[in-house]
Design a protein around this ligand. Structure first.
Ligand SMILES: [Zn+2]
Length: 699
């Protein structure tokens, strides 16, 4: 088929509907009435008559499949489905009339006139992007698109039927103020609007941009909402909208306006968590290997990278406020070799998790990331907020190559700690909340390789120490060294989505999102035991830091205390606890230990029973060439440390090495498995081994 004939066919398709629709407006209304009165659903109910009877001045939803079915079965040649899809503006107008006429036959003329009716349509087959919607090809067709609401106007009234009075009481009907009275014998000017007889409609403009693009220069689509749809979306939300586009003149410029017929929040649809799901999630936390499985499920197509995944997970869920002055959200900085998984995790999060934004630093102006007065495409000046504000208290902002964006540092410096953005600096009138965790990435300045002998500050060569201390977790991602590693990474890249989702060692996406959203609702308290461990750990790290001559741990200071509290609280939330347990504390402790170990600082504190036993198990694993099962580990533990047998029995408890029956053994083994030096070699039964030949820690 030649290119020309394809073009010709396209043109034909666009002309087709107009050629076939040789119906007068009242014939069209009659046909829609026929649909409303005759359509029966699967259970033989007159669906639309029921809806019209139930309506009280609000929305009436029409489902597109019903139109399609009705068209297929009707014999009179009126293509109702095609009419709604291809001449939407007229179809909606006719549909309003039809609904009112049907309503009038059942409830009287006056009641039907009082209806403030809005016709909704569930969805269109034609899914386009925001940038396509701005082009004229789709004018007047029913379309659906996914977008982010980036701005909104105030609610505005507009006259749909204007009645103007002169001093003698003559009425002139006109949309805009008439120049002179309509009465032929009257010369009055300066007519006044009769507010009682005039009909107003109220609307709000939403400004929509492409879902994945928070770039400020991207085109926005103006989207007009009426009726109950006026409050159906908020700035910052990701939405799926359905409507039709018309070209409108506004101050002598032409704009494509999307007239909204339906709007749905994208992340709201599938994530209602039922009581039985909550119960299931609680059961999971008591199963062996829960923590490992949870961490693995973060960006499951990325091989290993345990510590980075853990940090991302903790940032997304966050801690909880234990005192008024303390920050509860967790900021993460992922640095290291370029080309490692640190940006991939951010990319995954944006696609899978609700309220996650991902911006590249060069497209993110301070105004765009926080808030600013911005002139919209139609010339309206509207306070537009960016992801730092919209994700406040619920999401996560990922900033790629943050460390290279010096111009962002001053504006981030205070909000990252206080969670408040002073909008007076951008023409706003109130402080805006921005309790938004940041996951930032950075490559070394001078080469693609991370120099392990140098400090983070030296490697990055741009971030000031004070800014670095705003980050709770700093993770170093290094390229993986061995041949086996490379093979495993290559394999994981080639895994299909199905393979990943059907992997029994990974939580499926929908359950994961629900689990995380459920975890976010918990507000555990910090127990005295947790406080004691945090203080002891701080003392340990502080004394190690003093002994070091290098700048390696320069950013470690009293902020460490708050950081560890946040980490432990986040872990507690992920186990649905109402107060931090000894197991939560240990797990938090081990995450922090791993993080410092990346920089060569080994902390050996054994503050809890979990730490005490886990450390000895690590010795046993390290000394073994083979992978070991739980019973083998348990036996080896007692023969390797006979002098500690009593203490071990006391710490492990009487139920021995059963992860299902013994909560303490489960916590110990979870802690062992959370070490980056330990690999789960086999799942059923579980077999652990020590990674003897790993080039570096923390990968
Ligand atoms: Zn007059």
């Amino acid at each position: 088929m030649s290119v020309d004939s394809t073009v010709g066919r396209d043109q034909l398709m666009e002309q087709e509907p107009e050629e076939k629709m040789l119906f007068t407006e009242s014939a069209k209304v009659d046909n829609i009435k026929k649909f409303l009165m005759e359509f029966k659903d699967e259970s033989e109910n007159y669906k639309y008559l029921d809806r019209i009877d139930a309506i009280s001045g609000s929305n009436l939803m029409i489902e597109r499949f019903d139109l399609f079915d009705f068209e297929r079965e009707s014999k009179n040649g009126f293509k109702i489905w095609e009419f709604f899809m291809n001449q939407s503006s007229e179809a909606i107008k006719c549909c309003k009339r039809a609904v009112k006429e049907v309503h009038a036959t059942r409830h009287g003329f006056e009641a039907s006139q009082a209806l403030d009716l809005n016709i909704l349509i569930d969805k269109s087959e034609l899914e386009i992007s925001v940038s396509q919607s701005i082009k004229n090809k789709f004018v007047n067709k029913l379309i659906s698109l996914q977008a982010r609401v980036t701005g909104e106007s105030e609610i505005k009234p507009r006259i749909v039927k204007g009645v103007w009075l002169c001093k003698d009481g003559h009425e002139t009907e006109q949309l805009e103020k008439p120049f002179v009275c309509d009465n032929p014998s009257c010369k009055h000017r300066n007519l006044e609007l009769d507010k009682d007889k005039t009909d107003f409609e109220y609307y709000r403009n939403f400004y929509l941009k492409d879902f994945t693009n928070v770039d400020h220069n991207a085109d926005a689509l103006i989207c007009e909402a009426q009726g109950e749809l006026i409050d159906a979306a908020k700035v910052g939300e990701a939405v799926n909208v359905t409507g039709y586009i018309t070209i409108e003149n506004h101050k002598n410029r032409f704009f494509n306006i999307l007239h909204l017929l339906n709007i749905k929040k994208v992340n709201e649809i599938n994530y209602k968590i039922t009581d039985s799901e909550k119960e299931t999630f609680r059961t999971w936390t008591k199963q062996p290997g829960y923590w490992d499985k949870l961490v693995t499920s973060i960006a499951p197509n990325i091989y290993n990278s345990k510590l980075m995944k853990t940090a991302y997970l903790l940032a997304y869920v966050g801690g909880t406020r234990w005192t008024k002055n303390q920050r509860y959200w967790i900021n993460v900085l992922a640095v290291g070799d370029s080309g490692t998984a640190k940006s991939k995790i951010a990319e995954w999060g944006q696609l899978v998790l609700p309220d996650v934004y991902w911006v590249s630093s060069n497209s993110g102006s301070p105004k765009g990331l926080f808030a600013g007065q911005r002139e919209q495409v139609d010339g309206e000046k509207v306070l537009e907020v960016g992801p730092m504000i919209t994700a406040s208290g619920r999401g996560l902002l990922c900033i790629d190559e943050f460390v290279r964006s010096k111009e962002l540092f001053p504006i981030f410096y205070s909000p990252m700690e206080t969670g408040v953005f002073n909008s007076a600096t951008v023409g706003g009138h109130a402080d805006l909340p921005c309790e938004t965790p940041i996951y930032a990435t950075g490559n070394p300045k001078n080469s693609n390789r991370w120099d392990e002998d140098k400090s983070i500050l030296e490697n990055l060569d741009v971030v000031e120490r004070s800014l670095l201390s705003r980050f709770d977790l700093i993770i170093i991602a290094l390229e993986q060294g061995t041949k086996d590693d490379r093979e495993a990474i290559a394999n994981s890249i080639l895994d299909s989505d199905d393979q990943i989702q059907n992997n029994p060692d990974v939580i499926d996406e929908v359950s994961l999102v629900k689990l995380l959203l459920y975890a976010k609702t918990f507000k555990p308290t910090l127990t005295q035991k947790a406080k004691d461990v945090i203080i002891e750990t701080f003392q340990d790290i502080y004394s190690k830091k003093k002994a070091e001559v290098t700048e390696k741990y320069a950013e470690t200071n009293y902020r460490f205390v708050g950081m560890m509290a946040r980490v432990v609280l986040a872990i507690s939330k992920l186990h649905f606890h109402n107060e931090t347990t000894e197991e939560d504390i240990t797990l938090g402790h081990s995450v922090i230990k791993e993080m410092f170990a990346q920089r060569g600082m080994i902390t050996n504190l054994a503050n809890t029973y979990v730490d005490r036993v886990a450390q000895l198990i690590q010795v046993v694993l390290k000394e073994s060439k083979e992978g070991m099962t739980d019973p083998e580990i348990y036996t080896a533990l007692f023969s390797r440390f006979p002098e500690k047998a009593d203490a071990l029995r006391n710490d492990i408890g009487e139920e021995g090495n059963s992860r299902t029956k013994n909560r303490r053994w489960r916590a110990i083994m979870d802690s062992v498995e959370s070490s980056v030096m330990v690999e789960v070699q086999q799942k059923h039964p579980r077999k652990l081994c020590w990674l003897h030949d790993q080039r570096t820690l923390g990968v």
